[in-house]
Design a protein around this ligand. Structure first.
Ligand SMILES: NC(=O)c1ccc[n+]([C@@H]2O[C@H](COP(=O)([O-])OP(=O)(O)OC[C@H]3O[C@@H](n4cnc5c(N)ncnc54)[C@H](O)[C@@H]3O)[C@@H](O)[C@H]2O)c1
Length: 351
């Protein structure tokens, strides 16, 4: 088992290992305390893993309550958030109790936001069960729900008390969902670690514990420098400006991971054409996406992507910060105004 400590506004451990679900109760009790554990999960993960976690919580001495919502991005909204908040209030959860988020990034983001806002903040344990949520969303404290006007528009920075990544849960993950997490690992490799990038060329399954831990360390190191995303944390948004545009344009039918993969490919090509990186860097990104079965092209028009970028919450005033690869393992931030971004996106889209 690996243990990674995050020193943000709250200090907490991220544990990565096989079989952690059945140890969840004791680990959460040690990190968070409390008498009642309010377990939240979606209906797919509920069938697979909620009983194991609930049993472990009860064995550790918790009184348990379970809240299940329909799986998928369309549940990451105000309606589910409000019914969850009502359920927390009906259960009379107090600030010394703990909410346990069991599932992928949708569950983690939704439950994290509820934990941040119920009684102005209640203890939170994250048990990510998708690759994406293990290597990215469960660590770093970004929580949110989507509004009709856009994705993640209502949210809070709220760090968990503990994160438990049991990579054995990945065995039941559909291949397409697994690939979404691969996209985030490619992102971490390109922005920060040529070594990680190389490891992604090898079979992934035998190195799962190490890969998850490496990704968490990369994210941890960035988050510790800039928890509230006003500077260097923006480096984690590589591929996201265009990715969010693709997600939005598809009505969120293209998953976050696949959209980011396409975003990285287009951004990489534009960076090469701007002279920021060598052609080989861009080609390496494309080869990696192909190798992992991820998409790298889009039919969405430049105008739609630009419009989405400028309605994105990551814009500041009249400019938008893009993450440009200089070589594999090194990226830089670059600020574009509207006209410059238009040129940039068109460079990335042109054959
Ligand atoms: N907070 C952050 O920093 C951050 C970072 C990246 C992405 N996100 C968010 O994460 C979300 C995407 O997360 P996701 O890809 O995990 O999606 P998800 O939570 O919807 O999970 C994908 C699917 O896999 C199923 N599933 C989960 N675990 C499973 C398992 N072990 N076996 C079988 N099926 C399982 C779920 O029921 C769901 O149907 C998006 O909303 C995105 O905005 C947040």
């Amino acid at each position: 088992m690996r243990s990674i400590t995050v020193n943000a506004s709250k200090t907490y451990d991220v544990l990565v290992g096989g079989g952690l679900l059945s140890q969840a109760g004791e680990k959460i009790l040690k990190a968070c305390g409390g008498e009642t554990a309010f377990l939240v999960t979606d209906d797919v993960v509920d069938e697979l893993y909620a009983d194991i976690v609930e049993k472990s919580l009860s064995t550790a001495g918790y009184t348990t309550i379970r809240f299940v919502f329909p799986y998928g991005e369309q549940s990451k909204n105000m309606e589910t958030y409000v019914s969850l908040m009502d359920a927390l209030a009906r259960a009379k959860l107090t600030r010394s109790d703990v909410i346990v988020a069991l599932g992928g990034g949708v569950t983690g983001d939704l439950v994290g936001f509820a934990a941040a806002t119920y009684l102005r903040g209640i203890k939170l344990a994250q048990i990510p069960t998708t690759l994406l949520s293990m290597v990215d969303s469960s660590v770093g404290g970004k929580t949110a729900v989507n509004l009709t006007a856009g994705k993640n528009l209502a949210g809070a920075f709220y760090q968990p008390g503990i994160v438990l990544c049991d990579y054995e849960t990945l065995k039941t993950l559909p291949q397409e969902v697994f690939k979404d997490g691969c996209a985030e690992m490619v992102k971490h490799g390109v922005i920060q670690s040529a070594e990680l990038f190389e490891l992604l060329k090898e079979p992934l399954e035998p190195q799962m514990e190490d890969l998850i831990a490496r990704n968490i360390i990369i994210k941890r190191d960035v988050v510790e420098k800039d928890e509230r995303d006003i500077g260097i944390r923006q480096i984690l948004n590589f591929g996201h400006t265009i990715g969010h545009g693709i997600e939005k344009h598809s009505g969120y039918t293209v998953s976050h991971g696949k959209a980011v993969a396409i975003g990285m490919a287009i951004t990489g090509r534009a960076a090469w054409r701007m002279g920021v990186c060598e052609e080989n860097c861009y080609l390496e990104i494309i080869d990696m996406l192909k190798h992992l079965g991820l998409p790298y092209t889009t039919d969405v028009a430049a105008e739609a992507l630009i419009e989405a970028a400028f309605s994105d919450k990551k814009r500041s005033g009249k400019s938008i910060t893009e993450v440009l690869p200089e070589k594999i393992g090194k990226c830089k931030l670059h600020s574009f105004n509207f006209d410059e971004l238009e040129v940039f996106i068109k460079l990335g889209l042109e054959d």
